[in-house]
Design a protein around this ligand. Sequence first.
Ligand SMILES: [Zn+2]
Length: 386
Amino acid sequence: MTRKAFKYRLYPTQPQQKDLERTLSLCRHLYNAALQERRDAYKKAGRTVGFYEQKRYLPEIRAELPEYKHIHSQVLQNVIERVDKAFQGFFRRVKAGQKAGYPRFKGQGRYDSFTFPQAGTTGVKLQEGGKRALLHGIGSVKMKLHRPLEGRLKTATLKREGDDWYIVFVCEVEPQPLPENQEAIGIDMGTNPHFLVTSEGEMVEAPRYFQKAQAKLARTQRSVTKKQRGSNRRRKLKMRLARQHRKIANQRKDFHHKVARRLVNNYGTIVHEDLNILGLARSRTAKGVQDAGWAQFLQILAYKAEEAGRRVVGVDPKHTSQDCPVCGHREKKPLWVREFTCPACGASLHRDVAAAINVLARSGRVPDRRWARTEPSGMGTAWAVP
Ligand SMILES: [Zn+2]
């Protein structure tokens, strides 16, 4: 069984929006109180207060503070669980000798979700075939079911993004393996404007609307700095800026999903440069690794591959952009040289295609050398993403 997340936009009425905000705020206060208790116990008595101990207070809190009565008990338990997780992460990092910041109090605006951990059985109910969600303590909220929900519902998280509300359902779904596929492909993180380049000479361009949206973002950013600090206009512009940021992030994610889907559908094995090693091996900021969101893409790719029974392999990227994919001759070239020509054997092809072929070869697969032609025409073809 694998878990799959489904995110839908909610359209709460104004009173419902107030209730959602209030629930969020109460959860945040509880979070901070639970954190405080753990800190105090630790500082004063060197004692650790655990999850179960804190969970036991919840009925008392609900009895004494009537505002908490309207919140589902499991939503509150989940808050305690979040505190527990924060501490576990902290202790784990300390133990591993890593830099570990003590779990922090959440300020307003730093706490943006609450969860029904057993939404499948209690707290949340879908109504009218998914047009509405009945939420405990909030009511029946209109929902946009832009794609069908699948599998068995496990958890539901209410999430605030700016002024908008979303619900994220996590469901357990049967993995659906795709038919066996012997094809393997290597991918290289492309240089602008390419998002990625494959060992078969295909080049995926980053969608143009990113650039447009980036330009718009820059304009908004400039006007924000022109407005007076603390002014209403500045506040409004900042909200618009945050909205634009979210929109770009969503578009990027959507693009990543489409590219990953296409790779997983067509290839049994997908070989890429290992990002962790890449980060250590050389600074690839020139390639815009951060900007293109490669880490997110590889996560989505790995997840889709697992679901489909495909293989994703990360290899050491060292020298992949310097080696000749035909004869193995190694020569360092400046990044701006886009045409790879080998002084030893005369092979000539696009630099990033050469790198992608090398990436594929690193996995032990023998690459198809169609693209490593000796005449300078193998500059690759455009690969349109639907
Ligand atoms: Zn060569």
